[in-house]
Design a protein around this ligand. Structure first.
Ligand code: PNS
Length: 160
C-alpha cells in the first residue's frame, strides 16, 4: 500500500520522523508531501524544507519527498494514492484533524485518512514550540534532527 504523509514540516521534528519510520515499516511506499503555500507564513522556504527532509529520509528506501500546492485530494489523485497519514498527539489535535479528514472525503470519497498516535515521548512536540525554544536559544537537540538544529540556529542568527 502507498501512502501520503502531508504537512508543513516547518521544520520537521523527531515526532514527524517517528511517524515516518513507523510508516516506512508498515507501508510499501511513503510520500512525504510538503505543502507549498505562499500564503502561509513559514520560517523555511519550500526548497529549504525539501533539502532538510531529503537528508532526513536517506536511510529509508521506500520513502520519498515531494511538494504540492493546491488541494491534497488533487495531489493524491494525481499520484494515484487513496490513503493519507496524519499523526495525532492529543485530543486537541482531534477536532481539526477530523474536520480535515471529513472534508477531504467529501471532496473525494476514495480518500481515507489513517491516524497514527504519536509516540508518548513526542506527544508535546510541535514545530511551533521548537521554533519558539530555538528563538530564545533554548536547547532543541532532543526535539529535532541535527540538520534542523543547525538550520534553525542559522535562521535565528540571521534574524538577530
Ligand atoms: O503540518 P500541517 O500544517 O498541520 O499540515 C496541514 C496540511 C498541509 C496537511 C493541510 O493544510 C493541507 O492538506 N493543505 C492543502 C490544502 C487542502 O487540501 N486542505 C484540506 C481541505 S480540508
Amino acid at each position: 500500500m502507498k501512502v501520503i504523509y502531508p504537512g508543513s514540516f516547518d521544520p520537521i521534528t523527531n515526532g514527524h520522523l517517528d511517524i515516518v519510520e513507523r510508516c516506512s515499516q508498515k507501508f510499501d511506499k511513503v510520500i512525504l508531501a510538503i505543502l507549498n503555500n505562499s500564503a502561509k507564513n513559514t520560517l523555511f522556504t519550500v526548497d529549504e524544507r525539501l533539502k532538510i527532509l531529503e537528508s532526513c529520509i536517506e536511510e529509508y528506501d521506500n520513502v520519498e519527498v515531494d511538494t504540492f500546492s493546491g488541494l491534497l485530494v488533487d495531489y493524491a489523485r494525481e499520484k494515484g494514492i487513496t490513503t493519507v497519514i496524519r499523526g495525532l498527539r492529543a485530543v486537541t489535535d482531534f477536532e481539526y484533524e477530523l474536520q480535515m479528514a471529513l472534508m477531504n472525503r467529501e471532496l473525494d470519497s476514495e480518500l481515507d485518512t489513517l491516524f497514527l498516535m504519536s509516540s508518548s515521548q513526542y506527544a508535546f512536540l510541535s514545530s511551533s514550540l521548537v521554533k519558539e525554544v530555538a528563538k530564545y536559544d533554548g536547547d532543541i537537540t532532543r526535539f529535532v534532527p541535527k540538520v534542523v538544529e543547525e538550520a534553525l540556529h542559522h535562521k535565528m542568527k540571521g534574524d538577530k
